[in-house]
Design a protein around this ligand. Sequence first.
Ligand code: LUO
Ligand code: ZN
Length: 507
Amino acid sequence: MTTKIIHFTVNGAQETAELEPDCSAADVKDVFWAAAEAEPDHILKLYSVDGVVLNISPLLEANSRDSSYRLEVVASDPKSVGMPNELEAMEHRLQQLEGRVLGEAGQPRGAVCDLTSQVESFKKKLESVKHLSWMGLFKEDGDHQLEASRKTSSSPMSAQQEHQQVRRKFLNMSSLQVTEEVREHLKTPTFDNWQWEEAEMLVLLQVIFTDLDFLTAFHIRLDVLQNFLFQVFCHYNNIPFHNFRHCFCVTQMMYGLIWLTDLKSKVSRMDLLVMLTSALCHDLDHPGYNNVFQINAQTDLALRYNDISPLENHHCAVAFGIMAQPECNILKNLSSDQYKHIRGGMIRCILATDMARHNEILHKFKSIQPVFNFTNREHKEVLMKIMMKVSDISNEARPMAVAEPWLDCLLQEFFNQSDTEKLKGLPVASFMDRDKVSKPSSQTGFIRFVLLPLFTEITKLFPCLEEHILEPVRRALDFYSDLERASKQEEEEGRSSSAGAAGAALL
Ligand code: LUO
Ligand code: ZN
């Protein structure tokens, strides 16, 4: 093994690092922190030429000068005044300089003005979201397999080790302040979930829970919330669709809908806690095989729950299993009446996400929507179920670049299931069969017959949702309809050309 030469740029300068074969992770960290003149509590990101975040570790691959990596220093702990001390030193030097070189009219000379404006723009840069790359706001687009690419540079870890690494990152970052831009962005359906690592999504979930004042209102200690969020993360499985990133999407969409509909002023904070905690927990420990599979294969879950929404019952039971641990029990300081209210609400909301009940719940909402009354308990309970359903299947309300990868993930999970069903000789649903499904036609059907009726009905109650979720879904329908038409046309042309070729062959 020879010494590895790593070429990288930092603060605009070209640098190289020589990594000895037996260097430790700490040695590598020291090299890069020194090159960046960073404080120990700063967080650094090292990017490859195509913007993928690399692990700063002895496993870092050697590169050439023209494929230099880029090293970025990110925000440090906000308790330190808010500016790195080199900036304060720069400001101090500038004030001294200004005092010495004031022109005859008492105005600072041009050079000082330039320096002043440079310092001002540097301060703005540090405070702006662009330089908080630690929040992953400006990673390269299309970087949709974030974890996968990140793991390429490190040796495979066990799930337990990966979880502990996420926990360390989460707790390290959780004391950092998220900028106003990120907070505002988090309340919109345009939020791009693909830009974020798992630890960063945990930080954002903490922001959501604290932003709605749940900690003060329900006397939730921050460390208990963090334990709860981390255990929720651990209890989602590493499967293509129903994973922790889906949980984050649904919770973030629920948070966005609460703000867009001003639900804070229409329902109690207890009901908001039910909705967000239900969104967070609604697919806990999903195995990647739906209820039809559970029932047909007579799995333990189907047997345990007598074929009645086995998955959704399981998701809810896992949620309360996590909260049964005192160090994760975010409900521990509630009164028994409050606890009963939350538990009843979460059971209703999580069980409502079973798509087999789609028509039942939508029909009920349609019957009360024209006379909806926010003081009517039953009305609010139906609305909370509808909000769960909207958040759960809302991918197509997001920008196409965010939504489309989700359909690929979903079909991958569906195809895994139908492959297994074929192997086991179990019934196979056509919309899950890789030999029958086309992405466009499955999606046009779903949008036309499932999404649009649901989103149209909730938009009747909250007209402001028209532009935020109904319009994007209509655009998605147009997109997939065009794709469907184009692929049908190709098929036609394929058939006619092969018919032509066959005919020619006969001549
Ligand atoms: C609806 C649904 C059920 C289980 C798992 C995922 C989904 N979601 C979706 N299904 N969630 C979002 C989406 C989406 O954007 N598209 C689809 N599309 C196709 C595959 C589909 O037809 N899904 C579907 C439709 C109805 C159903 O039960 C009535 C289950 C799945
Ligand atoms: Zn879900």
